[in-house]
Design a protein around this ligand. Structure first.
Ligand SMILES: *Cc1c(COP(=O)(O)O)cnc(C)c1O
Length: 379
């Protein structure tokens, strides 16, 4: 089945009890048992719920995976993956990560004796260089947030396979429409469903998709034991959002391209980060592993201090100044003080997250209105 058909149908059969075409919201915490242990596959909703199950099967299908697990946030999903590790284990990851991922690694899991190496993964060979007998996991985000670096998933997958390391890709920025890391050699795909998959800025949710049954069982054990699982109403909203994922992504990409091209030559723009430009340092890798280049664009402003950057960021009428991304509405964000505020200044500035950086999540409004808004705000 092709992507759009899976987005609409995967995991969803008419409800067996009523024939309802849309998966019902099974707003129940518990399930009737005929005799102790004799149930219809559902016991308690922390572990399993029919609405969530439909969503998880759909999510798995979108990433060409056998198994899906939904979590109450992207961070809940990340937390579950890290709980596969033991004190003393080491993790290799990128040097430009979502702020919350950096925070959970350095402020939570470092306290449990796990060591993290934050590296520039644009040369995949660096993974071999830093691997020792304690290395267990490689965590990659691509495109990175917010500087849109591209990491070669297939090249890293070859190394992790040879060295028997678990390879996880945070695929939030690309969405499953643009990139499928499991096809390229990843073991687990992580998503913040909050972003493109949900797509309407009305749900906070995370997901893991994977093929290995033993690993799925271990992750399900953590999910059920630790309990960061989403409720049926949110699962329903995510399922509803997914039905238009392919349509939305086409529009995000189209608007993203028009806006990136407009900003590239704008006199107020210093640097622009968007993997669709042929002069982006990893454009060829992006072309190889992504279907298109998406609607996430970051820029730095010319001769702008923090005050001037704040002034411009507050000047928009159609773009909304807010954290998050991937919704139908366009958002503008100031990473240094908003999404990446938990990363120390000297660490973030090294990878380009400077005070004059703004990140755009280009929505699916009419592009003329978005261009007009940018023109006015930057004037
Ligand atoms: C938002 C985000 C997360 C965290 O997801 P939540 O749903 O906010 O917990 C992780 N990775 C990336 C790339 C994100 O953008």
């Amino acid at each position: 089945m092709k992507f759009g058909t899976k987005a609409i149908h995967a995991g969803q059969e008419p409800d067996p009890s009523t024939g309802a075409v849309m998966t019902p919201i099974y707003q129940t915490s518990t399930y009737w048992q005929k005799a102790p242990g004799d149930n219809q596959g559902y016991e308690y909703s922390r572990g399993t719920n029919p609405t969530r199950k439909a969503l998880e099967d759909c999510l798995a299908a979108l990433e060409n995976a056998k198994f899906g697990l939904a979590f109450s946030s992207g961070m809940g999903a990340t937390d579950a993956v890290m709980k596969l590790l033991q004190p003393g284990d080491e993790v290799i990851t990128g040097n430009d990560l979502y702020g919350g991922s950096y925070r959970i690694f350095t402020k939570i899991f470092a306290n449990y004796g796990i060591k993290f190496h934050f590296l520039d993964l644009s040369d995949p060979e660096i993974v071999s260089q830093y691997t020792n007998e304690k290395t267990k996991l490689v965590w990659v985000e691509t495109p990175t947030n917010p500087t849109m670096q591209i990491v070669d998933i297939e090249a890293i997958g070859k190394i992790t396979k040879a060295k028997n390391l678990l390879f996880v890709v945070d695929n939030t920025f690309a969405s499953p429409y643009l990139q499928n890391p499991i096809d390229l050699g990843a073991d687990v795909v992580m998503h913040s469903v909050t972003k493109y998959i949900g797509g309407h800025s009305d749900v906070v949710m995370g997901a893991l998709m994977l093929n290995d049954e033993d690993l799925y069982k271990r992750l399900w054990f953590i999910y059920n034991s630790c309990g960061a699982t989403p409720g049926p109403m949110d699962s329903f909203l995510a399922l509803r959002g997914i039905k238009t994922l392919h349509l939305r992504m086409k529009a995000h990409c189209e608007n993203g391209r028009a806006i990136a091209e407009f900003l590239k030559t704008h006199p107020k723009v210093d640097k622009i980060y968007w993997p669709g430009f042929t002069d982006h340092p990893n454009h060829e890798v992006a072309k190889k592993q992504m279907r298109d280049f998406g609607g996430m664009i970051s820029i730095t402003l010319k001769d702008a201090d923090l005050q001037e950057t704040f002034r411009i960021a507050s000047n928009f009428k159609v773009f909304t100044l807010a954290e998050s991304l991937g919704g139908v509405e366009s958002l503008i964000n100031h990473p240094a003080t908003m999404t990446h505020g938990s990363i120390p200044k000297e660490v973030r500035e090294k990878v380009g997250v400077v005070d004059s950086l703004l990140r755009l999540s280009v929505g699916v409004e009419d592009v003329e209105d978005l261009l007009e808004d940018l023109k006015n705000a930057l004037a």
